[in-house]
Design a binder for this molecule. Structure first.
Ligand code: BGC
Length: 273
């Protein structure tokens, strides 16, 4: 039966883990995956209360979720998180590598600690979680009643995997790294039917960039960089994640989906060169 003929929820029975899901884009993805029928682990590193709120919102909507605390940059935390998830739900079908942060500074003022923390969480965290998920996908094999793929990994990147960003060298380097980590894993794991893709958001209204949109003057400035002339919402990204997690995108692997209102279209050139 084709997907357009089926009335089942797109992700029915699938088990998802979303890192950094206590706020912003991660919280929206967790809720959207649950609304599409998946059981969802809401991972968080700080802010247990906010993670519990996301879990409660999913449950109130008739979904299944649990919060697990783990710092994705710490190998022992990541391993323990997967053990806890498998103890409850046996396995994993969808990993969303979303956890990330910014520690902005001009190059000459950037500390090694801030460089390392951003690379550790934004890039090494994606390596550690992808490795743990892929080991389980390979061990378990395909479950045709759940999905055509053995497993799906979605990596949260950024428009700054292609747009250089002065004052954010650590962040841009981490996202450039995510881009080739994703493509390399996609190439390596495709024969086992594991799909690996990325979403590169533009400016989305979340706490990470509140300074860029929370006053009318800042928002007007930001809109000059967005041809579509609206700042994105977390749900713009969440809907893309549901599609990439589902069999509707079964022939898509190694792709980066720019969900950015045209931010990567060189808006500075809209009046000629
Ligand atoms: C950053 C935001 C920024 C956006 C567009 C994102 O990756 O986290 O702070 O607003 O890129 O520049």
């Amino acid at each position: 039966m084709s997907l357009t003929e089926t009335r089942e929820p797109l992700l029915k029975g699938q088990r998802a883990l979303v890192t950094g899901a206590s706020s912003g884009i991660g919280a929206a993805i967790a809720k959207a995956l649950a609304a599409a029928g998946a059981k969802v682990v809401v991972n968080y590193a700080g802010g247990a209360q906010r993670a519990q709120t996301v879990v409660a919102q999913i449950q109130a909507n008739g979904g299944e979720a649990m919060a697990i605390c783990a710092d994705v940059s710490r190998e022992e935390d990541v391993e323990a998180m997967f053990v806890q998830m498998f103890a409850a739900w046996d396995s994993i079908d969808i990993l969303v590598n979303n956890a990330g942060l910014q520690k902005d500074a001009p190059l000459v003022e950037m500390s090694l600690a801030d460089w390392r923390q951003v690379i550790d969480i934004n890039l090494t965290g994606q390596f550690l979680c992808s490795r743990a998920a892929a080991r389980e996908f390979l061990h378990r094999g395909i479950a045709p009643e759940l999905s055509r793929a053995t497993g799906k990994i979605i990596c949260m990147s950024s428009v700054h995997d292609v747009i250089p960003w002065a004052g954010h060298a650590n962040y841009a380097a981490s996202k450039g790294g995510v881009s080739l980590l994703m493509k390399t894993l996609a190439q390596e794991l495709a024969p086992q039917r594991i799909r690996v893709n990325a979403i590169s958001p533009g400016a989305i209204k979340t706490p990470i960039n509140a300074a860029a949109w929370s006053t009318p003057a800042a928002e007007a400035d930001l809109l000059k960089l967005i041809p579509y002339r609206r700042v994105g919402e977390p749900d713009d990204i969440a809907q893309a994640a549901v599609w990439l997690a589902s069999d509707a995108s079964d022939y898509v692997t190694g792709a980066t989906l720019y969900v950015d209102g045209g931010m990567t279209l060189y808006p500075g050139f809209d009046q000629g060169g």
